[in-house]
Design a binder for this molecule. Structure first.
Ligand code: DAH
Length: 339
């Protein structure tokens, strides 16, 4: 028995194979259930007890040797195959590059979400609008500068058609199709004939809001916008309303929020004032309600409109509005985790 084992040890040491298939047949010949080494393990049962220790040791030595040698042969063929195909199968795989939401979409969705908690629904209107919805129904006087070609893109073939300059036009569409109470926000893209710079673009986004019901007061407007500001910019945020003018609201105001960067102390971002302007608002002018067939003695309302780019620039400290439209992945990638 010992001699048999020794012979096999010598044989195994000298094993060679030309390819992976030959290496596999060697494994079958020696190590499979019916292989010669397995057969010796069966014979081992008949070995006399006093010899078992020595024979057993030798037998295990043979098995280890054969396993190592055959694995070594197999591995060498696997490596050769890698070299010939140029594919290293042991390398980790490549992961997929995953896209993310655009920062303007993130901010727009957040605005909508905050107002939806107060019961505001969402509606949209067309980007190519007529004079009535953008200007006339919103109480713009005929000589208003926004009606000038310098400020508004008109459609050449039809002087009544233009690219909407604000999403306030969707207020009108909403009043046409729904009777009060109305409580909705209108997100969308707007267009203005402006020179493109770090601060201004000819295409940008707004979210408009409209609330019309019985006994809606300026206090309701203030509380709604204060809630929005705290949800958007942080619980410590203060708001300030400055008197302003818009044709479609009376009284009108512009709203500032306390600068979240310096906490209102004054810094470069708020230009030392401690305040940042974020939106226009006011009580819907009775003339607008009447132009849209709503009895201004029965109903009152408030409206507001904000720029999505402006809020995104403040929130993410983006210094140049053009970055939002260039689609440079190095810029966009920074917002990936901010879903
Ligand atoms: N439409 C205005 C703009 O584009 C923003 C605005 C101001 C909307 C006051 C309103 C409002 O609803 O009440 O500048």
């Amino acid at each position: 028995m010992l001699e048999k084992i020794q012979n096999l040890i010598d044989e195994v040491k000298a094993l060679h194979a030309k390819n992976a298939e030959e290496a596999e047949s060697l494994r079958i010949k020696y190590l499979s259930k019916k292989g010669s080494i397995s057969a010796l393990f069966d014979d081992f049962k008949q070995v006399q007890p006093e010899l078992k220790r020595e024979v057993g040791k030798k037998l295990n030595e043979l098995k280890t040797l054969a396993t190592d040698r055959i694995n070594e042969l197999k591995e060498s063929f696997a490596q050769q195959q890698n070299a010939s195909t140029g594919v290293d199968l042991s390398l980790p795989g490549t992961s997929y590059v995953c896209g993310g939401r655009h920062p303007l979409s993130i901010v727009k969705n957040d605005i909508i979400e905050i107002f939806s908690r107060l019961g505001f629904t969402v509606a949209e209107g067309p980007e190519v609008e007529d004079d009535w919805h953008v200007f006339t129904a919103l109480n713009f006087p005929l000589e208003h500068p926004a009606r000038d070609m310098q400020d508004t893109f008109f459609i050449n073939t039809n002087p009544d058609l233009l690219l909407r300059t604000h999403t306030s036009s969707v207020q009108v569409r909403m009043m046409e199709k729904q009777r009060p109470p109305i409580r909705a926000v209108f997100p969308g893209r707007v267009f203005r004939n402006e020179a493109i710079s770090a601060r201004a673009h000819c295409i940008f986004h707004q979210v408009e809001g409209l609330y019309i019901a019985k006994n809606v007061s300026f206090a309701d407007l203030k509380q709604t916008l204060s809630y929005f500001a705290k949800e958007m910019f942080g619980a410590d945020t203060q708001i300030r309303l400055r008197p302003s003018y818009f044709p479609f609201t009376e009284p009108s105001a512009e709203m500032d929020v306390s600068c979240s960067l310096c906490g209102g102390k004054g810094c470069g971002v708020c230009k030392g004032t401690g305040w940042l302007e974020i939106l226009g608002c006011g009580m819907v002018d009775p003339a607008v309600l009447e132009a849209n067939g709503i009895d201004s003695k029965e109903y009152s309302g408030f409206a507001f409109g904000m720029g999505v780019e402006r809020i995104a620039m403040l929130r993410y400290q983006v210094k140049d509005i053009r970055l939002f439209f260039e689609n440079d992945v190095r810029f966009l990638q920074q917002f990936k985790s901010a879903y």
